[in-house]
Design a protein around this ligand. Sequence first.
Ligand code: C2E
Ligand code: MG
Ligand code: MG
Length: 544
Amino acid sequence: MQLSPQRLLGFAFASADLLLEITAEGRIGFAIGASEALSGSAETALVGRAWRDFIDPRDRPMVEALLGGLNEGGRGGPVVVTLAGSAGASERGASFTAFRMPGNEGAISCAFSRAAAKVMHGLHDKSSFETATAALIETAKATGQELEMALVELGGLGALRKLLGPEASKDLDDRLAGALRAQSHGGGAAANLGSDRFALVRPKGDSVDALVQRLIQLVAIDPKHGVKPDARTMSLMGDASPGQILRALRYSLDNFIKDGMDGKPSTTLNEAVSRSVQRTLVEVGALGEAVNEKRFRLVYQPVVNLKANAALHHHEVLVRFGDNASPFPMIRMAEELDLIEALDIAVVEQTIAKLASDPQLKLAANISGRTITSPAFVQATKTMLAGTPEACGRLLFEITESAAIDDLALADRHLKALRSEGCMICLDDFGAGAASLAYLQQLTLDIVKIDGRYIRELQHGGRESNFIRQLVTMCSELGVKTLAEMVENANAEEAVRRAGVDFAQGWFYGAPADTPEQPTGAAVDTLAHVKPAARRMGSVEGWG
Ligand code: C2E
Ligand code: MG
Ligand code: MG
């Protein structure tokens, strides 16, 4: 059989829409195929141009690294790139493979085929990398592809950046991101995990030493700068469930971020799964003890009434385990392990005791969306209130959205029962989860607390102010008050006040403290304006 040029081209086009040859000088020497449809330029218009003009600037460092890393006979890709001159909705993507044929004067043969454009043009952060990697593992399970994760440590990179200054450091970081992406699956599976730590997912095969050498060479780090590269790979094959895989990835990356190679990264996914289970068991033990033995303390953060000169309205009660760190990871774990109800009951018990100790106080306790559907929780709260009637009318519950409420009708019956005891109900984290609107529609609420992320954005104008204004209007039509959290400065206060929000909370008025403090920041009119007679039970106005 004779291999005619037509036949060779036939083979090439079986998997590609466009073939390009890039000369040793970096120009397009040859182009054939569906160029117009793929890139918007005719083949003839491409020839003679620099390859860089063909690729979107955001993807150039990656393509540069991919081409620069090819030895004779070496193949790179496929990686997905965005083509130059396309932007926004009309962005054109192509999957691209490169091959450096021996004896071809350093020219590189490239094949492009149409692909959905990528939204990602840089490195992932830890959390998006976890999700992306978990998705790649699921796809690989279905296709039988063998993937591995490489953890890369470039010791001394931080010192080198200081030496280089900001501009040269940015170039270095761009080259590094390009080189990591070029080695990663599809060009989109590499992450920045801190100043000198990185991770990427790639097809199994090439040795990890070769990977490291290629990175150092591509990023052009001078050996005299003493950057010490080290890398380990973890096979991503295994039969763990998606949830176990995600936890194992999280465990492995946390471990690597904390201890680097000293943490002895797992070499297989299965090993990472069992190590993450071990860690969870240890933490569960510690959390279980903390809850059972009530080894936690409460801190108090003021909430002010914007419609009453920013005077104190009540305090939110926040739990602390040991140090002052955020309890959020523990809360999430407690929710996953069914320990949250016991914790919430214990917090409510201490909150009621605190109310009994100081008749001036009004307190809001956080209750997980999981706990609120528990009849035992409502019963326990009723019993505690019956034993401490002086706390009635001064207790508010914030229903958090860290766990989804699975039965809204049941939750609402419970909320009504708590309201009939004189408690007030606030929906926390409004806008943080997908279900917020359904909650607002179907739950009997006194206050909606707008998630802090909107408030922090609000100060810069933008669309959040519209969102908040609309929300305030909607809530007032429903007879529900609004509360803005994470108000950190006077600008934020001004913005939420203008949007018509009723209550505010945040560092501007005071951080969580061991004792309930008066608010700072604004002109404080304490409780003087609150007529005791006006303190009816069961209405927010009655609260002051
Ligand atoms: P959350 O209920 O939305 O609490 C507000 C969080 O924002 C608190 O974090 C608080 O310290 C923080 N914060 C307050 N003001 C500012 C500010 O101006 N700027 C910024 N950046 N942050 C501010 P914390 O204490 O770490 O609590 C995190 C989450 O943990 C809470 O969010 C709540 O969902 C949960 N949580 C805390 N205590 C309890 C509890 O006793 N039971 C339950 N179920 N969940 C709790
Ligand atoms: Mg809260
Ligand atoms: Mg919140």
